[in-house]
Design a protein around this ligand. Structure first.
Ligand code: ATP
Length: 325
């Protein structure tokens, strides 16, 4: 997995005074499934267009399969299969005919193309629909045909731009499985651009989080979350209860808990979430000291939950445009 297949260096694209892609540095290795994650308008499609040599960078460079996409777009396109969000087919032709058309455009001899097209249609689960006109294909079937269409020229890299939008959950599952299988079986490098964090997490070895044209970080999604949210307070929710000897429940207050936790360094705030749940924010992880102090105070500690920053926080912070409620 160490051979560099995609290499972006200081890649920048401006439209007038607007910067759509801002100083992007990224390396993707052979056989990796890399997720380019970002909300709408983050600059994913613009980056892909530059990789394919379809638009020129304003600054920086992009190499794919060792070639400069800007000066060698035709060579790059021979090695890269690109599946856009909405793939176009000749709707009055069958799935097989559409694939054979692509094969011809790529200079594959007819006899070889027929065998290859049939094998691919079987692989993507369209064996029974190969004689059906693509105008009658569902959205999921069109995306599968799109994948076969991309694979017919034996690409080293496939780039999928929002490939699962509009497909039902079962279709999504099957499509994602297919991508993983292809990458593993054939050593194909996959770039999967999407705003669907959960789908990307399922299939990708590594992800890059892309927001407002900038790469906020890349790596394993959980490690990334820890890095992106480093310095955030540790949030602990404690469920507390105090019963008198006669069985009556005594009402606990924030001031009381503040007194109990006073000796512990780094406590920033204490709030009451509901009658029995207190939320404690601290600048360091003081969970065990908090638990000990509460127990020593003589109340019952019914629950203690420490909030971990992860996928959900990335999602709400960067993809839904705000903190989790
Ligand atoms: N030709 C263009 N002229 C001016 N602005 C553009 C052009 N193409 C894209 N943009 C702007 O650049 C930004 C990035 O767009 P891009 O399509 O790359 O984002 P994206 O992450 O792929 O989003 P989406 O998932 O919605 O396609 C957007 O604000 C878009 O409006």
């Amino acid at each position: 997995m160490n051979e560099k297949i995609i290499e972006l260096v200081h890649l920048t694209k401006r439209y007038g005074s607007f910067t759509a892609v801002d100083n992007l540095n990224l390396t993707i290795h052979k056989g990796e499934i890399f997720g380019l994650l970002g909300p709408n308008g983050a600059g994913k499609s613009t980056t892909i267009l530059m990789m394919l040599g379809l638009t020129d960078p304003t600054f920086g460079s992009v190499h794919v399969c060792g070639m400069d996409s800007t000066s060698n777009p035709i060579e790059v396109k021979k090695r890269v299969g690109y599946l856009p969000e909405d793939v176009g087919f000749y709707d009055n032709r069958t799935g097989l005919e559409n694939l054979l058309y692509t094969a011809r455009l790529n200079g594959i001899p007819d006899q070889m193309a027929i065998a290859k097209a049939k094998q691919l249609l079987e692989q993507v689960g369209l064996k029974d629909a190969l004689e059906k006109k693509t105008g009658k294909y569902s959205r999921g079937m069109r995306q599968r045909l799109g994948l076969a269409d991309v694979l017919i020229k034996n690409p080293e890299v496939i780039i999928l731009d929002e490939p699962t939008s509009g497909i039902d959950p079962k279709g999504v599952r099957e499509f994602l499985d297919l991508i993983v299988e292809l990458s593993h079986d054939k050593g194909i490098t996959v770039l999967f651009a999407s705003h669907n964090l959960h789908q990307v997490q399922e299939v990708c070895d590594r992800v890059g989080i892309f927001v407002n044209g900038r790469l906020l970080g890349e790596g394993n999604i959980h490690a990334l979350a820890q890095r992106l949210f480093k310095g955030r307070p540790t949030i602990i929710q404690a469920g507390l209860e105090k019963r008198e000897a006669d069985g009556k429940v005594e009402k606990l207050t924030v001031d009381w808990l503040r007194g109990v936790l006073n000796p512990i360094d780094g406590i920033q705030s204490i709030t009451l979430k509901d009658e029995k749940i207190f939320q404690i924010e601290s600048i360091r992880d003081a969970a065990s000291e908090i638990a000990k102090a509460i127990i020593q105070s003589g109340v019952t500690l019914n629950s203690l939950n420490k909030k971990e920053y992860g996928l959900d926080e990335i999602y709400y912070q960067y993809f839904e445009g705000g903190e989790k409620p």
